[in-house]
Design a binder for this molecule. Structure first.
Ligand SMILES: Nc1ncnc2c1ncn2[C@@H]1O[C@H](COP(=O)(O)OP(=O)(O)OP(=O)(O)O)[C@@H](O)[C@H]1O
Ligand SMILES: [Mg+2]
Length: 476
C-alpha cells in the first residue's frame, strides 16, 4: 500500500529521535522531530498531523499527559507510544488513554515502520468514513502487567479490537484469556451490544448446537418451544467461545459454516438466518498442537485463528508478580474493608514460585491471605495456613517453600507455588511413593510414626516400601 502522511516525533533523546526520523523519511513520509511535550502540543494546535510517535519519558511533561492532551484536541489522531521497558507506570494506563499502539525501546526498524504503516492505514480508513475508536484497548476490568510479553498483548489488543476479525486466544489456564476477550469487545464498536461467553466444554454436542444456533419447537425430544440461539441474541455484539478445542469435529464443521456464511440455521428450522456477531475463541491447548491434533479441524483453526493471541504463562513474566499482588491486594482490601500491605520480602518470596495456575492462582492466594491476615502486613505464613494436599502440609511443617533446599530430593523440584511444593507426580504409584517418602522425612525416619500417620499398619508400610523400591533404612 502506498501511504503518505506527516509524522510528528516527540522525544527528548536526540539519538533515538534522529534514527526514528530517518527511518520514517526512508518510507517516503514527512517527519518532524521535537524534543518536548509542550512543543508537540503547540504543533498539534498549529498543524495537521497523521501520526504521532510519542516517547513516554519526556523531560517536561509525562508522555501520558501529552497523550491525554492530544486526545482532548483530537479523538482520531493515532499516537504510538514508545516505551523503554519497565518505564511505564502501567502499560494498561497508556492503553486507557487511548494510545494506538506501542513499541518498545530499543526498537527494530521493521517494528517502527509497521506500527506507522498500521496507524496510517487506520487513518485512511477514518477518512473513508469508517469511524472506529483510535485503539483504546483496555477498559475495565483492568489488565495488569508491564512485562514485554504483556505489552505485546496490549499492542495486539489495540490493533485488532476495532476490527471484526475472528481472534483465537490461547494460553494456559488462568492466564487471562477471558479478560482479554472482554477487552477486545469493550474496545470495539460492538461494545454497546452484548458480550456473551459460552463455555463450549460444558455442553453436549446437541445442547451446544441448540444453545448457539437455536432450535424450533419439536425439533428434538424436549424442544418444547422455539428457542433463539446465542448467535441471534448476541446480534451486533461478540460471542466468546471458550474451550473451543473441547468441541466435536461434527460441531466444528457446523461452526465453520456459520463463520463462512454468516448465517445460522436453528436446529429443525427450514431456513438460515443472517447473523452479525464477532467471534472470539479461546483454548488452553497450544495452537501448534491443535494443528496436528486429530480432533480439531484445521480448516476451522485457520478461520478462527486469523489472529492468534498467545498469553504468556506467569512463570515467564515473573516481573509482573509484584504489580499483580498490589492490584489484587487493593481489590480485596476494598472488598473486605481492610488496609493490609505487602512488605517487599513477602513479594520477593511470592516471586520465587512458578504459579502453575497462573494469575488466577495468585489471585486466589492473595484473597485467602488477606482473609487470614491479622497483623496488617502480609507474610508467607498467611499464604501457607491453608494447604490442600497432605504433601503440602508436610512441606509446611518443614517450612519448605521458605527454604526449599532442605526438602530437596530427586522427587522434589523448585516449589511451583506455595501450595504445590512438588512436581506433579505422573502415576498413582508415584503419588504413593512420594507421599510415603515425605512422611518418612517428616517423622525423621520413624517407621512406626510414619505408618500411623499414613493410616496403615507397620507391615503394610514394609510391603509397600519394597514394592515401590523405597529403602526404609536409608530414610532414617
Ligand atoms: N493480567 C491480568 N491482570 C489482572 N487480572 C488478571 C490478569 N490475568 C488474569 N487475571 C485474573 O485472573 C483470573 C483468571 O483469568 P481468566 O478467567 O481470564 O483466565 P482464563 O485464561 O480464561 O482461564 P481458564 O483457561 O481457566 O478459563 C480472573 O479473575 C482474571 O481477572
Ligand atoms: Mg477462561
Amino acid at each position: 500500500m502506498n501511504l503518505s502522511g506527516k509524522v510528528l516525533i516527540v522525544d527528548d533523546d536526540p539519538e533515538f529521535g534522529l534514527v526514528a526520523q530517518s527511518l520514517v523519511e526512508l518510507e517516503g513520509l514527512s517527519a518532524h522531530l521535537v524534543n518536548s511535550g509542550s512543543e508537540a502540543l503547540a504543533l498539534c494546535d498549529q498543524e495537521h498531523w497523521d501520526v504521532v510517535l510519542l516517547d513516554l519519558m519526556l523531560g517536561d511533561i509525562s508522555g501520558l499527559d501529552v497523550l491525554r492532551e492530544i486526545r482532548r484536541r483530537s479523538e482520531r489522531l493515532p499516537v504510538i507510544m514508545v516505551t523503554a521497558h519497565g518505564s511505564m507506570e502501567t502499560a494498561a494506563e497508556a492503553v486507557q488513554a487511548e494510545a494506538f499502539g506501542y513499541i518498545g525501546k530499543p526498537f527494530r526498524a521493521e517494528e517502527l515502520k509497521s506500527a506507522i504503516r498500521r496507524a496510517l492505514e487506520w487513518r485512511k480508513q477514518q477518512h473513508n468514513g469508517h469511524h472506529n475508536h483510535p485503539g483504546k484497548a483496555i477498559g475495565s476490568p483492568s489488565i495488569v502487567g508491564r512485562s514485554s510479553a504483556m505489552v505485546a498483548v496490549y499492542t495486539a489488543i489495540a490493533r485488532v479490537a476495532a476490527t471484526d476479525s475472528t481472534v483465537l486466544i490461547s494460553g494456559e489456564s488462568g492466564t487471562g484469556k477471558e479478560l482479554v476477550a472482554r477487552a477486545l469487545h469493550d474496545n470495539s464498536p460492538r461494545s454497546k451490544r452484548p458480550f456473551i461467553p459460552v463455555n463450549c466444554g460444558a455442553f453436549t454436542e446437541t445442547l451446544l448446537e441448540s444453545e448457539l444456533f437455536g432450535h424450533v419447537r419439536g425439533s428434538f425430544t424436549g424442544a418444547m418451544a422455539n428457542h433463539r440461539g446465542i448467535f441471534e441474541t448476541a446480534t451486533g455484539g461478540t460471542i466468546f467461545l471458550d474451550e473451543i478445542s473441547e468441541t466435536s469435529p461434527a460441531f466444528q464443521v457446523k461452526l465453520l459454516r456459520v463463520i463462512q456464511e454468516q448465517e445460522v440455521r436453528p436446529v429443525g428450522a427450514p431456513e438460515s438466518r443472517r447473523v452479525d456477531v464477532r467471534i472470539v475463541a479461546a483454548t488452553n491447548r497450544r495452537v501448534q498442537d491443535l494443528f496436528s491434533a486429530e480432533d480439531f479441524r484445521r480448516d476451522l483453526l485457520y478461520r478462527l485463528g486469523v489472529i492468534n493471541l498467545e498469553l504468556p504463562p506467569l512463570r515467564e513474566r515473573k516481573e509482573d508478580i509484584p504489580l499483580l499482588v498490589e492490584h489484587f491486594l487493593q481489590r480485596f482490601n476494598s472488598r473486605f474493608g481492610k488496609t493490609i500491605t505487602a512488605p517487599s520480602e513477602t513479594i520477593d518470596w511470592l516471586c520465587q514460585f512458578d504459579w502453575p495456575g497462573n494469575v488466577r492462582e495468585l489471585e486466589n492466594a492473595v484473597e485467602r491471605a488477606v482473609t487470614l491476615n491479622v497483623g496488617g502486613k502480609l507474610s508467607p505464613d498467611d499464604f501457607m495456613q491453608f494447604t490442600p494436599t497432605p504433601l503440602a502440609r508436610v512441606a509446611q511443617a518443614q517450612n519448605v517453600p521458605a527454604n526449599a533446599q532442605s526438602f530437596a530430593s530427586e522427587n522434589v523440584i523448585a516449589p511451583a507455588s506455595p501450595f504445590w511444593v512438588c512436581e506433579l507426580p505422573k502415576t498413582l504409584e508415584d503419588v504413593e511413593r512420594q507421599h510415603i517418602l515425605a512422611m518418612l522425612r517428616f517423622t525423621k525416619g520413624n517407621k512406626l510414626r510414619a505408618s500411623e500417620l499414613l493410616g496403615i499398619g507397620r507391615y503394610s508400610l514394609y510391603r509397600k516400601a519394597e514394592r515401590l523400591g523405597i529403602d526404609l533404612n536409608q530414610e532414617d
